[in-house]
Design a protein around this ligand. Structure first.
Ligand code: ZN
Ligand code: ZN
Length: 424
């Protein structure tokens, strides 16, 4: 840490938790959403994130929001369903509510999600019920999710430290210490522990954009991931007319937003039929309250033909059976191993953070904005270019300090992009 950085950090440390939450809320509204005067905001938040949700609401109104509506989730209430609800409950979702949310988006509302639910909430529940409830929720949420994955509206996700999550990240610590440590990790990786977080985000966004421009100029036809121990040897073909993205998006409604706080990734659309080889996850994955550990899969012609995990294998297999596209890739992302989140060495058990600590791939739905002119194409046009379609979009981490990545040109020549997890 330089002297200047130390002064800045000390200044941040001197703030009260409430003041720190206000900084994060300001970044979420001004940088994450780029919320426009007169815009409506639909927010989702875990009950335990109430103090941050209130700060975000305050910042949103200060920025000119016409109305902020928050849907709160409650982990113990979710568990009650698994304990007491009749079997038919698990094929049911509040479709009427999700239709309303999608309508709100169509009428101009922005979307903000606060992450912070217990990543292991459903670990002991029946995987069949978990899978059914997930499918029902994905189907009901599809119209709203489509507007999000097509980047038609400005949206963002930020995180709040909650007790159950914090205890999983810092096991053995008393709850209060764990929560305080998780908050500090969130503030640091969300780049709000500096004097002017909004300016810092501008600089960071431009830095990512430069990398994105370089990758776009290369027009690679594939990426080749190879780990030193040989457990990963994967060729990921890129979609025709793929576009790399990172460091912010111009949404279809004309608002510039930063969809993830934090973000360190450059990502694009793989070709759904051109992925071959084997790959092993380098971090466990928390998916909808279940933990999946040591995922290892083999792809043939774009499709997973073999999938194993040392924990949560049942959930993994149900996940990739969701629909035809769930066995294929919808995203590939490059993240250097020296990113601040990776350097913290913390395993967050939360995709928002862990995916920004390592290169990753995502099963399922592709982002149409990661194709030239994709936002104006229909499903058939997107599929013709190789973009995958699915009800799911699940990122999992494959990068490490042992990973080499080559870019493969159309004529087959390889160019080193990453060596030992760092940009060449
Ligand atoms: Zn990603
Ligand atoms: Zn993703």
């Amino acid at each position: 840490m330089s002297v200047a950085e130390e002064v800045k950090a000390t200044g941040f440390d001197a703030l009260t938790l409430e003041e720190k939450l206000d900084r994060l809320a300001e970044v979420a509204v001004k940088v994450g959403l780029g919320l426009k005067e007169g815009q409506e905001l639909i927010m989702s938040a875990p009950m335990e994130a109430l103090p941050l949700a209130r700060k975000i609401t305050e910042q949103a109104y200060k920025a000119g929001a016409v109305l902020v509506t928050t849907l709160y989730g409650d982990d113990p209430s979710v568990l009650s369903r698994y304990q007491y609800a009749k079997d038919a409950s698990f094929d049911y979702a509040a479709g009427w509510l999700m239709e309303g949310v999608a309508n709100g988006f169509r009428k101009g509302a922005a979307r903000l999600a606060i992450a912070g639910a217990n990543p292991a909430l459903l670990a002991k529940e029946d995987p069949a019920k978990v899978a059914r409830a997930n499918v029902a929720a994905s189907k009901a949420g599809k119209p709203a999710m489509e507007l999000i994955t097509r980047h038609e509206i400005n949206w963002t996700i930020v995180a709040a430290a909650t007790p159950e999550w914090a205890k999983l990240v810092f096991p053995g610590e008393p709850e209060e210490t764990a929560v305080a440590k998780l908050w500090e990790a969130i503030f640091a990786s969300s780049r709000v522990n500096v004097e002017d977080p909004v300016a810092e985000w501008k600089r960071h966004g431009e830095h990512l954009k430069k990398r994105v421009d370089l990758l776009n100029a290369k027009r690679f036809s594939a990426l080749h991931f190879k780990s030193a121990d040989g457990t990963t040897d994967l060729k990921v073909g890129l979609a025709d007319d793929h576009l790399w993205a990172g460091g912010g998006t111009m949404a279809g409604n004309g608002v510039y937003c930063q969809p993830n706080i934090p973000t360190e990734e450059c990502f694009t659309t793989p070709h759904k039929d051109r992925v071959d080889g084997r790959v092993r996850a380098t971090k466990p994955l928390s998916h909808q309250g279940t933990l999946i550990e040591n995922i290892a899969v083999r792809f043939e012609g774009g499709k997973i033909v073999e999938a194993t995990a040392t924990a949560g294998e049942d959930v993994l297999n149900r996940l990739i059976s969701t629909d035809e596209g769930a066995r294929r890739l919808g995203e590939v992302a490059l993240v250097p191993h020296n990113s601040p989140i990776a350097q913290s060495g913390i395993l967050f058990w939360n995709t928002l953070f862990d995916e920004n600590a390592a290169s990753h791939i995502a099963l399922g739905q592709a982002y149409s904005t990661c194709l030239i002119g994709g936002e104006k194409m229909d499903a058939a046009q997107l599929a013709a270019l190789g973009a995958n379609e699915s009800l799911i979009h699940v990122d999992w981490m494959i990068g490490s300090a042992e990973m080499d990545v080559d870019g493969i040109a159309a004529d087959g020549t390889a160019e080193p992009l990453m060596r030992k997890g760092a940009w060449v």
